[in-house]
Ligand binder design. Structure first.
Ligand code: PEP
Ligand code: MG
Length: 879
């Protein structure tokens, strides 16, 4: 079995076997770049080691042979004994980059004798002892398991004894003392000592690197990033070069383009007279590439050539680590560089324009989920301000405003031109107007799918939810965290991208320029098969969605059309015993709804608009029984006579009360029990259509019925719609497609039956998930769901990404059987999952016609749908 490959033997294609780092080193060697030679022990050896607990048979002979070849190639000698001594680095490197999760040992091969020879070669005792102390410290900690803090503590004491600030100011004698102290520390804490023999050091280091694949940190990282446990890490053994040999040496990191903006200018940091780890640790201010060009013009020019070469080879932005050793440039590592979402878009566009990649590849290169945050202003990360609290990043983007604790007050202040942040324990449908008026929403309770989160995302507003550290006192109008008190009017900044909450106004930075994003999305549109529509309830949302590329409205929820000031009218419809009064109220509501629908149809002129008939349980339109009882009691205490209408309300509330309203009289059931409600909605929608036509528009109205579980329910509503249509358009000159939500398991299982009376289906995967699992989302998120997710009992939150095996199966059955029974059936999905890339990929595979999502997620859906069609993405390349 072959376990060891020289760098000269592999290429970037061998990531699986050689790990990312090994493959990168092999590729650079193949390209003829100036890479310190070395070899890679394969991931296969690691897997064998993990299985048996020892290095596999024959491995060590191969390593010894590779070491001999390395001595030959470098002309340096392991263990010294004349000439320049050979020291090596021993680094982990798995197929996927797992930054800092596994172990590394540098400067391996040093001992007393070698240290002397290095001192001679480098012309400095200090350099030799610094290397020796670094090695002892790293080997002690990583391989022998000595406590790392003890080393740092000793160095800190030493610095303070010498009255210096940095390790670099310690003398050779200081470092010699540190080395010997470290050795004592290691023996005292581990009972082991650092081997003097370099091959013994190497063996222990290789084993330590392999073992680090299984450490806690690495396992957690893999769990979070979905990396398989079975891959194992490779181990790279490479000749050390030294950046700390004086002013003609140094270390640096560089990106072939700017990883933050995506600009096509190389970006880098260089630190003279330093080892690589010093650059990352940020102990001294680094120089820019321009400054490097003044210091060492030839090195700078060579570095630029290397970067060009790598970019042309990888056809992507690369990052590299390099060292200058006595005016000689060495490239130590390369990989495809991490980037911000903004840079990812810019890079993809530029590289396609430069014909480095084709458009399909450009579309694959950007993580769809990152697009949502791109459209909103963000906190300037340079600002580095301590947050007051951190909650759930519920709806991306940042907002600044003065704090209000009440929805009405939010509307009032916003009306006077103030920017406000609405702060609540949690929001309810009663707060909608305040949320609409606010710049952003902050709650102390609730998760990513709480009311505040869902509504804020729908409105495209930043929101932070569940910031549990906030003690919110809505009545008093203040919030507290420890001793910090914020009252109405004080400025607050929230960052819905990170979940952070800041006191005062934090500087914001602009989102990615729209033209670049739009270009990428227009390419995506050429590849995708799925349509993309919007969940939008207001003309403003519809206009925004259309501008973002929505091809119609997949779901217009009509609930809010019954809220706010209209609630009184609705209550009259439900409660009034006087037929005339009832009919006046019905007319009033119908007129108002007509205007609503006209606005939607106008904003989406020429594109389908699916109006969903009323869904929530009736009791939501009535006051709470608790409030009514309290009011009655207060009246009695004040000695006032009982209020008759109040009493009637109380009776009605009692009559409609349910134990499980979400499983009760809602959706089509309510529509059949109180038929006027649906009738006025349908009448209003048809009237809006008529008015839009009269105005010369091209309205494309479709009507959708919620919570259907039997074909008969839909048939009855369909008949009613037919009657209303005939009443308004007696000549039958309009075609209004009528469809249904599929959001109950029974509806999915009987899709064939239902499809015979439906023109379209739209999967309501919010309810379908609730009813398939038999849980209520809000309750679950407040009680057991976080625990289930943390413990891995549920692999993902099924309200964010469709549970493919369960809910996904129902979507598949519903789609296939629905289309089989009615070949003209149009099938979409309008639950929250419609904006989730993994769920969109599933919709593509099943063969849905479109997905529908909130306006800010339209770009996400366009890109994800294209990637689904292209089969796979490079989303993992971006951060
Ligand atoms: C659904 O259930 O997925 C849906 C879109 O309807 P709502 O969220 O309004 O219940
Ligand atoms: Mg629903």
């Amino acid at each position: 079995m072959r376990y060891v490959y020289d760098f000269a033997e592999g290429s970037k294609e061998n990531k699986e076997l050689l790990g990312g780092k090994g493959a990168g080193l092999a590729e650079m060697t193949r390209l003829g770049l100036h890479v310190p030679p070395g070899f890679t022990v394969t991931t296969e050896a690691c897997r064998a080691f993990m299985k048996d607990g020892t290095l596999p048979e024959g491995l060590w002979a191969q390593v010894s042979a590779a070491m001999a070849r390395l001595e030959q190639a470098t002309g340096r000698r392991l263990g010294g004994g004349g000439g320049i001594p050979l020291l090596v680095s021993v680094r982990s490197g798995a197929k996927f980059s797992m930054p800092g999760m596994m172990d590394t040992v540098l400067d391996l091969g040093i001992n007393e004798l070698v240290a002397k020879e290095i001192a001679e070669w480098a012309g400095s005792d200090r350099v030799a002892w610094d290397i020796y102390r670094r090695f002892t410290q790293m080997f002690g900690k990583v391989v022998l398991g000595a406590p790392g803090e003890a080393f740092e503590q000793f160095l800190a004491e030493l610095r303070s004894r010498r009255g210096v600030e940095y390790d670099s100011e310690l003398t050779a004698d200081d470092l010699r003392e540190a080395t010997s102290r470290f050795n004592e520390l290691i023996e005292a804490t581990t009972g082991k000592s650092v081997p003097q023999e370099p091959m013994d050091q190497l063996r222990a280091a290789v084993e330590a690197v392999f073992s680090s694949w299984g450490n806690r940190r690495a396992r957690d990282y893999r769990h979070i990033h979905g990396i398989s446990e079975d891959l194992g890490t490779a181990c790279n053994v490479q000749m050390m070069v030294f950046g700390d040999l004086g002013s003609d040496s140094g270390s640096g990191v560089a990106f072939t383009r700017d990883p933050s903006s995506g600009d096509a200018t190389p970006y880098g940091d260089y630190l003279p007279d330093a080892q690589g780890e010093d650059v990352v640790a940020g102990i001294r201010n680094t120089l820019t590439l321009d400054q490097l060009s003044q210091l060492h013009p030839e090195i700078h020019a060579e570095l630029l050539t290397v970067m060009k070469r790598l970019e042309a080879d990888y056809r992507d932005m690369c990052d590299i680590e390099f060292t200058v050793e006595k005016e000689v440039l060495w490239i130590l590592q390369t990989r495809v560089g991490k980037r911000t979402a903004r840079a990812a878009v810019q890079l993809a566009i530029d590289m396609a324009d430069e014909e480095l990649i084709d458009r399909a590849e450009a579309v694959r290169r950007v993580d769809p989920a990152s697009l949502e945050q791109l459209q909103r202003p963000r906190i300037d990360e340079q600002a580095k301000i301590e947050p007051l609290a951190v909650g759930v990043a519920a709806s991306p983007g940042a907002a600044v405003g003065s704090v209000v604790f009440d929805a009405d007050r939010a509307v009032e202040l916003a009306g006077h031109g103030s920017r406000v942040i609405l702060v609540r324990h949690e929001t309810t449908p009663d707060d909608i107007h305040g949320m609409a008026a606010a710049q952003g929403i902050l709650t102390s309770r609730g998760g990513k799918t709480s009311h505040a989160a869902v509504v804020a995302r729908g409105m495209g507003k930043p929101a932070v939810t569940g910031a549990a550290k906030l003690e919110v006192d809505e009545a008093k109008g203040e919030l507290k965290v420890g001793s910090t008190v914020v009252i109405e009017g004080d400025l607050l900044t929230i960052d819905g991208t990170s979940g952070a909450v800041y006191v005062g106004e934090v500087p914001l930075v602009d989102p990615v320029p729209a033209p670049e994003l739009e270009r990428l999305l227009s390419w995506a549109d050429e590849f995708r098969a799925l349509g993309v529509r919007a969940n939008a309830d207001t003309p403003n949302d519809a206009i925004r969605a259309r501008a973002a590329g929505a091809e119609g409205i997949g779901l217009a929820r009509t609930e809010h059309m019954f809220m706010g000031e209209r609630l009184g009218i609705v209550q009259r419809i439900i409660l009034s015993e006087d037929a005339a009064d009832r009919s006046t109220a019905l007319d009033a509501l119908r007129r108002l709804q007509t205007e609503d629908f006209e606005g939607l149809l106008e904003a989406m002129d020429g594109l389908p608009v699916i109006v969903r008939l009323l869904d929530p349980p009736l009791h939501e339109f009535l006051p709470s029984r608790f409030e009514l009882e309290q009011e009655r009691r207060e009246r009695a205490e004040r000695g006032e006579a009982p209020d008759e209408s109040l009493a009637r309300l109380e009776v009605a509330v009692g009559r409609w009360e349910e134990h499980n309203p979400m499983l009760g009289l809602r959706g089509v059931r309510l529509g059949l029990i109180v038929p006027e409600l649906y009738r006025i909605q349908v009448g209003a929608a048809l009237e809006a259509l008529r008015l839009r036509r009269q105005a010369g528009g091209d309205p494309r109205l479709e009507i959708m019925v919620p919570l259907v579980s039997t074909a008969e329910e839909l048939r009855r509503v369909r008949d009613m719609i037919g009657e209303e249509r005939t009443a308004l358009f007696p000549d039958g000159e309009v075609d209004i497609p009528v469809g249904t939500m599929i959001e109950l398991p029974r509806a999915a299982l009987l899709a064939g039956d239902i499809a015979r009376v439906a023109d379209f289906f739209s999967f309501g995967t919010n309810d379908l998930t609730q009813t398939t699992y038999g849980l209520s989302r809000d309750d679950a998120e407040r009680s057991f769901l976080p625990f289930f997710l943390e413990e891995g009992i549920y692999p993902n939150n099924p309200f964010q990404t469709i549970d493919e095996e369960g809910v996904g199966r129902l979507v598949e059955i519903g789609t296939l059987e629905g289309k089989a029974a009615n070949p003209g059936l149009v099938v979409g999905l309008c639950g929250e999952h419609g904006g989730d890339p993994a769920s969109i990929a599933l919709c593509h595979r099943i063969g849905l016609d479109y997905v529908s999502c909130s306006p800010p997620r339209i770009p996400v859906a366009r890109l994800a749908a294209a990637q689904a069609a292209l089969g796979g993405s490079m989303a993992s390349a971006s951060t």
